[in-house]
Ligand binder design. Structure first.
Ligand code: HEC
Length: 181
């Protein structure tokens, strides 16, 4: 082989190497840009969300649903507010969280199914609040309760992974509701 053609082969090998490197680099950069644009990990735990968001909003649905007297217009608005929070928290917990077992839980199809069941129950409560229907609110509360109990039976350990419970950690939240006689 002449030295000219040997040099040409060397040059081509280097150029092809550089080309492959650039293609790989652009695919990797493209991927990380997409990931940053479309999602990021839930920064708090399922344990914390259960206590501060899910349990809290569900209690308003149950407490108003079982109230003896009529529900006022302002109170129906409150039910609506918490039903929206609970409905939105269903898909939220399918994304996992920062707790030690959260990722594994969220990967289970049963987890998704029960989270959806909770959201569906909350949507029934939202419908009941919109039509100001107390009987519907009570049955929506039952549907929500079924989802909580169903999921806890399968996934929840005896002690919460981060030690957070409704009582006593966040009980003061519920005292807002207890302002009436
Ligand atoms: C899809 C599953 C799932 C659903 C639905 C669910 N939970 Fe949970 N919940 C869990 C798991 C798992 C834990 C334990 C978290 C941990 O220990 O990290 C938990 C923990 C809790 C805790 C804190 C721990 C404790 O023992 O007090 C409360 C309060 C709670 N859930 C209330 C509710 C309520 C109320 C509902 C329904 C409105 C509900 N949860 C629906 C899975 C679920």
């Amino acid at each position: 082989m002449s030295s000219l053609s040997r040099n040409f082969t060397k040059l081509m090998t280097v150029l092809i190497g550089v080309l492959i490197f650039l293609i790989v680099l652009s695919v990797m950069l493209g991927k990380s840009v997409n990931a940053a644009e479309t999602s990021f990990p839930v920064p708090v735990s399922i344990n914390a969300l259960m206590v501060t968001l899910i349990d809290h909003s569900a209690h308003y649905i149950w407490d108003y649903g079982s109230m003896e007297r009529e529900i006022s217009a302002d109170e129906w608005r409150t039910v609506q507010y918490y039903a929206i929070q609970l409905a939105g928290s269903g898909p939220l917990i399918t994304l996992g969280g920062s707790g030690p077992l959260d990722k594994g839980w969220a990967a289970s199809p049963q987890w998704t199914e029960l989270s959806k069941k909770m959201s569906d129950g909350a949507m029934l409560a939202l419908g009941a609040a919109t039509s100001k229907d107390k009987a519907k609110l009570a049955s929506a509360g039952d549907a929500v309760l079924d989802s909580c109990e169903g999921c806890h039976e399968i996934f929840k350990l005896e002690l919460p992974t981060e030690g957070l419970t409704h009582m006593p950690d966040y009980d003061f939240l519920y005292h807002l509701f207890r302002t009436e006689p």
